[in-house]
Design a protein around this ligand. Structure first.
Ligand SMILES: Nc1nc2c(ncn2[C@@H]2O[C@H](COP(=O)(O)OP(=O)(O)OP(=O)(O)O)[C@@H](O)[C@H]2O)c(=O)[nH]1
Ligand SMILES: [Mg+2]
Length: 442
């Protein structure tokens, strides 16, 4: 960590500006080698300067200096804003690399920030979430985690575990004495309370997955009912081809959008019927595959038709999948026996705001409200589950009157697992797992 690293922090594409970051003990000295006019290096001040590589002018840039430890990484840092031409950026970076600076690895700036105690691992992971958030709700949850909300809850859990362990270890010194039943009851109550807190956090994982990966909503049903029209109406753009001929959509079509602030992967599919043409038959198979991948299935039919007009065979759903029956073309009338959750018209947009609300309610029902404690990711959930299992073992061993060493050991395992989430306890593998998801320059 004693070397100096540099990377482009903005996308490598033509833009008005690009930002290059340099972090490490040599960042100031090497920048000076590229300047003809010196700067005073007052922290958090900007200088407009020319950068030169020997006799070659690189660019007019703005330099910003961050003094250790009050920088993102906790090290000496220089930030360069230059013109956003990738060739220019490469030339500036090459000038640094030829003077001993190393190209930063993905997430290395944030990893250094973690190693210098600027943030815990949950906050580091939240920064990656913040960059990739595809919806307003994902953004809010990432911001809460970045502010340290989850980290603080886990720090409290660790403090409680340390106290419990201290209590438990006090019994170790008197192996022949029985534990006072009242003291024992209190221990069990505290273990149980901690267990429920960790379980509540682990329970936010399904919503965490949905907020990070998007909620898959699939439009399916017989041909010509208006699936593609609804797809376009939800997206508010003419993305899919619509026509009066049944069998218009052949392949599945996918688009990312937001519904009530949630990230949604909306999929339009081919109408499901016994298809003669091999291409259409393949489309029907793909439609069935899409339904199997769905979190929410919108089964579309025509409102004015009797229920038995829908001959598309129902696809068996998995227990977590939710089915909504949408009766479309309400402008043509509604058959009295038609059963549906919502009646809409893709043509007149009647019922479309209600469809948004219905989807928002269904999405919220897919998992507990993320706002409760931040929506944990898969890594965090796995560690929480291991900590919960260890707490259960500790409580069981305690109830069974087993040797104190045994349940102390389980409490220590729980402590270790909770520590892994925030990075109070780390290993190479954990850091690799966290930072490999990052982009270069962050
Ligand atoms: N009156 C009326 N017509 C609609 C409505 N929605 C769609 N249509 C018409 O119904 C026909 C079929 O619409 P599509 O959206 O292509 O139907 P689809 O379900 O995607 O059809 P396939 O791709 O063939 O399975 C088109 O002529 C649309 O203009 C609606 O709400 N009201
Ligand atoms: Mg279609």
């Amino acid at each position: 960590m004693n070397d100096t690293i540099a990377a482009l922090a903005t996308p490598a594409a033509p833009a008005a500006l690009a930002v290059i970051r340099i972090s490490g003990p040599e960042s100031r000295r090497i920048t000076e080698l590229l300047l003809r006019k010196p700067v005073s290096w007052l922290p958090q001040k900007a200088w407009y300067r020319e950068l030169w590589d020997g006799e070659q002018k690189l660019d007019d840039v703005v330099l910003l200096y961050w003094q250790q430890p009050r920088s993102y990484t906790g090290e000496e840092m220089v930030e360069i804003s230059c013109h956003g031409n990738p060739l220019l950026v490469d030339r500036i970076l090459a000038a640094y690399f030829s003077r001993g600076v190393r190209a930063a690895l993905p997430g290395e700036f944030t990893q250094r920030a973690f190693l210098h105690g600027k943030l815990d691992l949950t906050q580091a992971e939240a920064i990656a979430d913040l960059i990739h958030a595809g919806s307003l709700r994902s953004l809010v949850v990432a911001q809460q985690m970045q502010e340290g909300r989850l980290g603080r809850k886990l720090a409290d859990a660790r403090a409680e575990l340390l106290e419990l362990i201290a209590h438990a270890e006090a019994f170790l010194d008197f192996p022949d004495e029985d534990i006072d039943p009242e003291v024992g009851e209190e221990m069990l109550r505290r273990i149980d309370r901690l267990r429920s807190e960790l379980a509540a956090l682990a329970g936010t994982a399904p919503m965490g997955r949905l907020l990070r990966e998007g909620i898959t909503v699939v439009l399916e049903g017989p041909p010509n009912v208006g699936k593609s029209s609804l797809f376009n109406a939800i997206l508010r753009q003419n993305r899919a081809i619509v026509s009066p001929h049944p069998g218009t959509t052949r392949d599945t079509i996918e688009s990312l959008c937001q519904v009530a602030g949630y990230p949604v992967r909306l999929i339009d599919t081919a109408g499901r019927r016994t298809a003669e043409h091999p291409v259409e038959a393949e489309g029907v198979l793909r439609a069935e595959e899409a339904v199997r991948s769905a979190d929410i299935v919108l089964h579309v039919s025509i409102a004015s038709e009797p229920p038995d007009a829908d001959v598309s065979a129902p696809i068996p759903l998995l227990p977590h999948q939710r089915l909504l029956r949408i009766a479309n073309k309400s402008d043509l009338g509604v058959h009295p026996e038609h059963r549906y959750h919502l009646c809409v018209s893709a043509l007149t947009r009647e019922g479309m705001p209600e469809l948004d609300q219905l989807l928002a309610r269904e999405i919220a029902a897919l998992g507990p409200d993320a706002a409760a404690g931040g929506a944990v990711n898969a890594r965090q959930e796995a560690a929480l589950r291991r900590a919960i299992a260890a707490l259960d073992q500790a409580a069981d061993a305690f109830r069974a009157g087993l040797a104190c060493e045994l349940w102390c050991l389980e409490l220590r395992t729980a402590l270790q697992e909770v520590g892994e989430i925030t990075g109070a306890v780390t290993s190479e593998e954990i850091l690799d797992e966290v930072f490999r998801r990052f982009c270069i320059g962050k």
